[in-house]
Design a protein around this ligand. Structure first.
Ligand SMILES: Nc1ncnc2c1ncn2[C@@H]1O[C@H](COP(=O)(O)OP(=O)(O)OP(=O)(O)O)[C@@H](O)[C@H]1O
Ligand SMILES: [Mg+2]
Length: 455
């Protein structure tokens, strides 16, 4: 076999005699060596060795361990899948354990026994191979579960939603997305845009609930210079900015009645007038809207115009809650863990079994957003390689639910228990209870109604 074909082993060792000895000790490997941090990191980048042996006593601290640990940390940050085997001086049990804690694969004691070290290196190499194969398969599986570009799901209910979106994307009809908070409304709205012929135009989002009533009109329709005090220059509204693209009207139920009339006129005539403007401007914008409110009830109560509703709701898509998508919580959790670990804490490699059970058993009242937040916090806080149920703040969650219950009943039971506890703790204050549960106020109202509970 040619040297190039052999796997690479990086030996980081400042004792040149020992280095030469190690260089010839592994016939199955092509050995690359380095004597200090800079050389080690250069070799890591250039040769991407699967296995590294690292002497902890490196210059400028050859009798201590500080430089060795610094190199170890740098390797773990740069290529966390590298198997690092650490050499510790005699009696240095403690530094060996510290190295493992920091992500090293194994350690050996000096003086070096070439045969023993050879076995450790071989085993590390094999493990690295298995892990990268697993990762490859997992990534491939992950790819297959991606729909509409960024949606991750394996649940038939959600696949159906994605199919619907893909089918209607090109039809230029208005789409209304109905779903509880955190179910992915904005992501799906982007999905509509990106699957449509408008994908090269702008995607403009506006949250109608977040903007004070008196500013919303100008935000949507724009204004001419001097139209009102403070209008120092002519400004285009979001509808105009989305010309040729898609406008996402989030929380459309929060648009006040007078503006509903103006929005309806735009949808009928496809022209707008800026505040203080004299001329009608033609705008080609596709509207996607979302709300967690019950618009039909609002129509009944006279707070939402029925004619506007029908204009906005040419296609209505109901988004299932996370609890209604079996298997998705774990699938999404793994996806978020991989992403946050990469971005913020590369030591973290996966979930402990108790975490997976807890994720599966939790009812996720705040849906994907809650899941994303919990995993993010857990990855940041995690001390070891595996995130546990406790890191997710889900320890002891639904453990006592009886076996005879089905999943849905167990979830409902857990919901009720959590809501009851939170309400009690907040003395019935809805805002605080929602905050404590990590869900929005409207979602809490919905749950209270769904479970027929009184605040
Ligand atoms: N199926 C999914 N796959 C991957 N990421 C998702 C999925 N669903 C939601 N997310 C992510 O979860 C978060 C919440 O989603 P999004 O903002 O679309 O929800 P929303 O329904 O608009 O929530 P809210 O009501 O809180 O505004 C986002 O970071 C989004 O990227
Ligand atoms: Mg949203």
């Amino acid at each position: 076999m040619m040297a190039e074909g052999k796997p690479k082993l990086l030996v980081i060792e400042d004792d040149e005699g020992l280095q030469a000895q190690l260089k010839w000790a592994y016939e199955n490997f092509e050995v690359v060596s380095a004597t200090d941090r800079a050389g080690a990191l250069a070799a890591l980048r250039a040769d991407t060795p699967a296995v590294v042996t690292l002497d902890l006593g490196l210059p400028p601290d050859p009798d201590g361990t500080s430089e060795g640990f610094a190199v170890l940390d740098a390797i773990m940050a740069l290529k966390p899948d590298t198997k690092v085997i650490v050499a510790s001086g005699h009696g240095a049990q403690e530094s060996a354990l510290e190295a493992i804690r920091r992500g090293a694969y194994d350690f050996y004691r000096k003086p070096v026994d070439i045969d023993t070290l050879g076995l450790i290196v071989e085993r590390a190499w094999r493990l690295h191979g298995i892990e990268s194969e697993n990762r490859r398969l997992a990534e491939k599986a992950g790819e297959d579960k991606t729909v509409l570009g960024r949606m991750i799901t394996a649940a038939p209910e959600m696949m159906k939603v994605a199919r619907t979106i893909e089918r209607v994307a090109n039809a230029d009809v208005s789409v209304m997305l109905l779903g509880a908070s955190g179910t992915g409304k904005e992501l799906l709205a982007r999905g509509v845009h990106e699957s449509s012929g408008r994908r090269d135009g702008a995607f403009v989002a506006i949250n109608c609930a977040a903007i004070p009533e008196n500013l919303l009109e100008s935000e949507l329709f724009g204004h001419e210079k001097g139209a009102f005090t403070g209008a120092v220059r002519t400004t285009e509204g979001k509808i105009e900015l989305a010309n040729g693209g898609t406008l996402f009207l989030d929380e459309v139920g929060d648009i006040p009645l007078p503006l509903q009339v103006k929005l309806l006129r735009f949808l009928q005539e496809r022209t707008i007038e800026r505040i203080g403007g004299r001329k009608a401007i033609a705008v080609d914008t596709r509207i996607v809207c979302a709300t967690h409110q019950n618009l039909e009830a609002m129509i009944g109560a006279g707070t939402f115009r029925e004619d506007l509703f029908y204009r906005l709701a040419e296609i209505v898509v109901k988004i299932p809650t996370l609890a209604e998508r079996p298997g998705d919580a774990v699938l999404l959790a793994k996806h978020f863990l991989a992403r946050f670990a990469r971005e913020m804490n590369p030591k973290v490699k996966g979930f402990a079994p108790d975490a997976l059970a807890a994720i599966d058993g939790w009812s996720w009242p705040g849906n994907v957003r809650e899941l994303e937040n919990r995993v993010k916090r857990a990855v940041i806080m995690a001390e070891g390689k595996l995130v546990g149920a406790e890191d997710l703040d889900l320890a002891g969650g639904d453990a006592e639910a009886g076996e005879a219950l089905n999943l849905k009943a167990a979830r409902e039971q857990a919901d009720r228990r959590m809501i009851r506890q939170a309400l009690a703790r907040c003395e019935g204050n809805i805002s605080n209870t929602a905050k404590l549960l990590g869900i929005s106020r409207p979602t809490l109202y919905d749950l209270l109604k769904q479970y027929d509970m009184q605040p």
